[in-house]
Design a protein around this ligand. Structure first.
Ligand code: SF4
Length: 79
């Protein structure tokens, strides 16, 4: 899954920000370290990406979220 600021601003998920909620700040998640919904960096914390997934599923927005195409970021300054 990929979360963008645009998707957050469009109201798909305003309350969960992966840049600040995920210990690694991943915008693609979850990472491979999540175990039973807990973060690999701190087993007492919920994995933000699992919370995002469950929130989308609960609100009936998962399919819409997963079926949206997001252009890859152009990270190179060379053209
Ligand atoms: S387990 Fe979840 S919250 Fe923790 S670093 Fe991985 S994706 Fe981020």
């Amino acid at each position: 899954m990929t979360m963008t600021k645009e998707k957050q601003n469009n109201g798909i998920l305003k309350e969960l920000c992966p840049k600040t909620g995920c210990a690694k700040g991943f915008v693609n998640g979850p990472c491979g370290g999540e175990v039973n919904g807990k973060c690999e960096t701190d087993k007492t914390r919920d994995c933000t990406w699992i919370l995002i997934y469950e929130g989308l599923k609960k609100n009936g927005k998962l399919e819409k979220f997963l079926n949206q195409y997001i252009e890859p970021k152009k990270l190179s300054s060379k053209s």
